[in-house]
Design a protein around this ligand. Structure first.
Ligand code: UDP
Ligand code: MG
Length: 316
């Protein structure tokens, strides 16, 4: 008990067997140089199907700072992170990716800023050459639209890599929602926030666990968790449609009065029916998105299930 503050690193692992050795080499050499604080490393095995768990356990046997939480299946990164945040006991908590895309060298700076009084220290990537053009483009688009539409501004080019002090972690834990859009939730809690910049490297090995479809769903989560604009927009579209239809009606009546009845065209009729029909389907779809979310929330299921934890009082 030297009374040093404790910093928890929270790392989700999903099929990262090939990266683990590299990850711990990099991490330990970075944190061994930081004397001002103690570290604990909370590793969450998010239902990996490879040898991730076995390798994590091997590391935790030789390094008492490493704790392992095994989830009962793959719950996804957001849930894995939540499990880690719940288990972390540090005075500050830093979520990190296992693929070394969050450079451990940055820890020194982040911890310094925290000790100088920041509550939250964001790591912002100045360039994303590690990511593909398409991913960068869609990410930019997402932030632009999201921040237009939602009340909570998500800082762009900031991921989950950040330092949070105990108060902000506790605030985060009080957000009860099941559908977790961490980026938005991190932004929602506020606190005195500072930023450090870094270059985002490419993945150390393996491939991204996020496919295009997963990312699309992720973005949808973001919009619907933090904004009801997609829902409200239909009121306005409906209003415009009604006004247009009314003026068209007036036009037809006047034309009939002046020119008499002529053979009406099916084309315009069909077009307007189809147009309104598809508009309705779309808005029903959007309603469905929100109702689905209400349904998920109402079940009040736990966010994750822990199969076993290792490391605190290890058998050794
Ligand atoms: N991850 C996880 N569960 C999942 C998907 C990913 O715990 O279902 C972890 C993964 O092991 C990594 C982090 O989340 O530590 C980030 O994943 P990845 O590098 O694939 O995402 P990207 O950097 O492409 O956004
Ligand atoms: Mg990555």
């Amino acid at each position: 008990m030297q009374g040093k503050p404790v910093v928890s690193l929270v790392v989700p692992f999903y099929n990262e067997g090939a990266t683990i050795e590299m990850f711990f080499d990099a991490i330990t050499s970075a944190i061994d140089n930081i004397d001002a604080v103690e570290f604990e490393i909370v590793c969450i095995d998010d239902g990996s199907k490879d040898d991730t768990l076995a390798r994590l356990l091997a590391v935790s046997r030789s390094d008492s700072r490493v704790r392992v939480i095994e989830l009962s299946r793959n719950f996804g990164k957001e849930a894995a992170l939540t499990a880690g945040l719940d288990a972390a006991i540090g005075d500050a908590v830093i979520p990190m990716d296992a693929d070394l895309q969050d450079p451990p060298e940055l820890l020194v700076q982040m911890i310094d800023r925290w000790r100088q009084g920041a509550d939250v220290v964001l790591a912002r990537r100045t360039d994303r050459h590690g990511d593909s053009m398409a991913k960068r483009g869609t990410a930019n688009l997402f932030y632009r639209i999201h921040n237009r539409v939602s009340h909570v501004e998500i800082p762009s080019n900031v991921g989950d890599f950040r330092l949070m002090n105990r108060a902000s972690v506790d605030a985060l834990k009080r957000l009860p929602e099941r559908q977790r859009f961490m980026k938005g939730m991190f932004a929602w809690i506020g606190f005195r926030t500072e930023v450090v910049d870094y270059m985002r490297p490419a993945r150390a090995s393996g491939t991204s666990k996020f496919t295009g479809w997963k990312l699309w769903n992720f973005a949808l989560e973001g919009f619907t968790s933090f904004s009801s604009v997609p829902l409200r927009i239909w009121t306005y579209i409906g209003l415009c449609g009604t006004l247009l239809t009314l003026s068209y009606l007036a036009f037809i009546v006047i034309r009939t009065i002046i020119y008499g009845i002529d053979v009406p065209g099916y084309a315009s009729l069909l077009v307007s029916i189809l147009f309104l029909g598809s508009l309705q389907l779309l808005s029903i779809g959007i309603l469905g998105e929100y109702i689905g979310r209400i349904y998920m929330e109402s079940k009040q299921r736990p966010l994750y299930v822990v199969r076993q934890t290792y490391g605190d009082n290890h058998e050794s």
